[in-house]
Design a protein around this ligand. Structure first.
Ligand SMILES: Nc1ncnc2c1ncn2[C@@H]1O[C@H](COP(=O)(O)OP(=O)(O)O)[C@@H](O)[C@H]1O
Ligand SMILES: [Mg+2]
Length: 387
């Protein structure tokens, strides 16, 4: 048990307003975020929003997430009824529409209508907001902040974009603030600010002009000059977002499998959370092998199957209506596969024991037989996570 007495994800989430899932791509972040939201809405009650980034198409449509845009949609109570669940609260889902979120942000921070329209119409604006990965990170944080501040929900479960480096996501608000005071920004806006490009920078602009064209340089300069007018709003906002991340009502859940590369990244990320004094609420070890593979009796049973496969084949052959040698062969194969899986399960257990960072809650979830693509699947996964 941890210092705070939290032992399960149920306890952890009962005390939080924001839970952020993070980890490498493909480990189950989106599934876990959606499953936790579903469980919270079902068992804790209140209004729960799952803010997701890249749900698989089938899962998205099962949750009614077909519409594009930032629309928040409620999963209807009937959907729960068909899988035999009666939620105490409401489950809402929303996707992150990067472009729309940026537009909203510009509308919010632009000092006047003319600047706003000029930014929105600037050809570079669309490119930058749509193509820069960092802009996704920043906007995801921003949207999270906006929804939290609205007070519309009791709990927000946030899925994170598949970043190359999870830290980009954490640092996005601070980086945005830094950008406004950076030399890079000053440099980019020079041609706009002054007709007299300084002697020192002239060669650069001459070359750039030849390669990129005057129009392009002007667009860049214009865009960043306009962007600069929003500095106050952005910087203040970035600070608030950073504060919310560090609040005690915010927690992080690191999701990983026990494969080397995601596990390595998860450890790195947990260290980073600690260094930033952010709360590491949970570590979810997903898609692990089931514990019975390490069970003594099961191991002995497999050993007996292997050693006595011929005799057992004779006894079982009539039952399965197959020739004795075939049955014996299958038994031997099953037993040796079991032994192999056991070795892997053993190694997984060792890897778990070696994890240096201790979150408040650690849960292991086995590899489920079926893909998680609907409410029933989320509840199945959720049950494994919850208690
Ligand atoms: N415990 C599990 N057992 C079986 N399949 C799982 C499990 N967790 C996730 N999956 C499947 O793995 C795939 C990737 O999951 P997803 O949540 O989209 O990962 P991420 O968001 O981290 O990229 C999906 O097809 C999902 O259904
Ligand atoms: Mg995902």
């Amino acid at each position: 048990m941890s210092d705070s007495g939290v032992t399960t994800l149920e306890h952890l989430l009962a005390a939080k307003e924001i839970a952020i899932t993070c980890g490498s791509g493909g480990v189950g972040k989106t599934s876990v975020a959606a499953a936790l939201g579903t469980m919270a809405a079902t068992h804790l009650g209140g209004r729960v929003l799952v803010l997701t980034v890249d749900p698989a198409r089938r899962l998205a449509s099962a949750l009614g997430l077909e519409a594009v845009g930032n629309l928040e949609t409620q999963v209807p109570a009937e959907a729960f009824a068909t899988v035999g669940a009666r939620p105490r609260g409401e489950l809402w889902v929303a996707m992150l529409d990067t472009k729309q979120s940026w537009d909203d942000l510009v509308r919010h921070h632009a000092p006047d209508v003319r600047t706003r329209d000029a930014i929105l119409a600037n050809p570079l604006y669309t490119n930058i907001t749509a193509k820069f990965v960092q802009s996704h990170d920043y906007i995801a944080m921003e949207r999270l902040f906006e929804i939290h501040a609205s007070g519309r929900y009791d709990l927000l479960v946030v899925d994170t974009p598949p970043t190359r480096n999870a830290l980009d996501f954490l640092d996005a608000p601070a980086r945005m603030a830094e950008f406004f005071s950076s030399r890079l920004l000053r440099w980019l806006t020079v041609p706009y600010r002054s007709r007299f490009v300084t002697v020192a920078s002239k060669p650069f602009y001459t070359v750039a002009d030849r390669i990129l064209g005057t129009k392009f340089l002007e667009d860049i300069a214009e865009f960043f000059s306009l962007f600069q007018t929003m500095e106050r709003g952005f910087v203040a906002r970035a600070k608030e977002v950073t504060r919310v991340l560090g609040d005690r009502r915010t927690t992080f859940a690191v999701i990983t499998t026990l494969e080397a590369s995601p596990l390595h990244e998860a450890e790195f990320f947990m260290e980073a959370l600690k260094a930033r004094k952010l709360q590491l609420g949970a570590l979810v070890l997903n898609k692990v092998l089931p514990a019975y593979l390490r069970d003594e009796e099961a191991t002995e049973a497999a050993e007996v199957l292997r050693a006595a496969n011929v005799e057992l084949g004779v006894e079982l052959a009539p039952l399965v209506a197959a020739p004795e040698p075939r049955v014996a062969g299958v038994l031997a194969e099953v037993a040796s596969s079991f032994a192999n899986f056991r070795v892997v399960a053993q190694r997984e257990a060792e890897q778990r024991a070696e994890l240096a960072v201790a979150p408040e809650v650690t849960v292991a979830v086995p590899y489920l037989d079926e893909d998680i693509h609907d409410l029933a699947g989320l509840l199945r996964l959720g049950e494994r996570l919850w208690r």
